[in-house]
Design a protein. Structure first.
Length: 193
């Protein structure tokens, strides 16, 4: 199985990326082919609501000159998609929402291309905003027909400076259990030959 983790933080090597890598480590140990995609390295323009993706039916977006196609193709290839975001002013980063908005429109306009993939969000904040941001990202998964397993708590952690999340023991346990549940669910759903 292929697992893609998308880090929506504009910072490289921050808390969000660290948690996503922790989840990927669990999935790699379970035999998954894992990949981290950093949006800090990408330029993705926002959706302009033109609706062309629904008219062309060719699984593309007509907005060009950015890194959307590369990211979207990686999402289509993955069986499991994790999305991570720090909380910025009470919500997910513009970087992650720009990708998710466009990917969601193209997917839904072309027969729900993400239907029955597995995945879920991971959120990090300094102090507050995790609940709203987690709900915001979870709504994206739900409207795109993903299967999202639970965990021992909400998949969020507390941290500001890089590395701070490593001291949030409950957050770490929650992310670990979430990754374990994804691996368990993937094994149960994987077709047998």
């Amino acid at each position: 199985m292929k697992t893609l983790a998308i880090c929506g933080s504009p910072r490289k090597n921050g808390n969000t990326e660290w948690l996503l890598n922790r989840a990927l480590d669990h999935l790699e140990k379970a035999g998954h082919d894992v990949r981290l995609l950093r949006l800090a390295d990408k330029n993705i323009k926002p959706c302009d609501g033109c609706g062309a993706c629904g008219k062309t039916k060719d699984r593309t977006c007509i907005i060009g000159g950015d890194d959307f196609v590369e990211c979207f193709e990686a999402m289509l290839e993955a069986d499991i998609i994790l999305v991570g975001s720090p909380v910025y002013f009470g919500s997910a980063t513009p970087q992650i929402m720009t990708l998710l908005d466009r990917a969601g429109y193209v997917s839904r306009a072309n027969g729900n291309l993400f239907a029955r993939k597995l995945g879920g969000p991971i959120v990090v904040a300094r102090r507050a905003g995790q609940n709203f941001t987690l709900a915001q990202l979870l709504m994206w998964y739900m409207i795109n027909d993903f299967v999202v397993p639970g965990s021992s708590y909400w998949t969020m952690a507390i941290g500001r400076a890089p590395g701070d999340v490593q001291t949030d023991e409950e957050g770490l346990r929650t992310v670990d259990r979430f990754a374990e549940n994804l691996a368990w669910l993937a094994e149960k759903l994987e077709p047998r030959g």
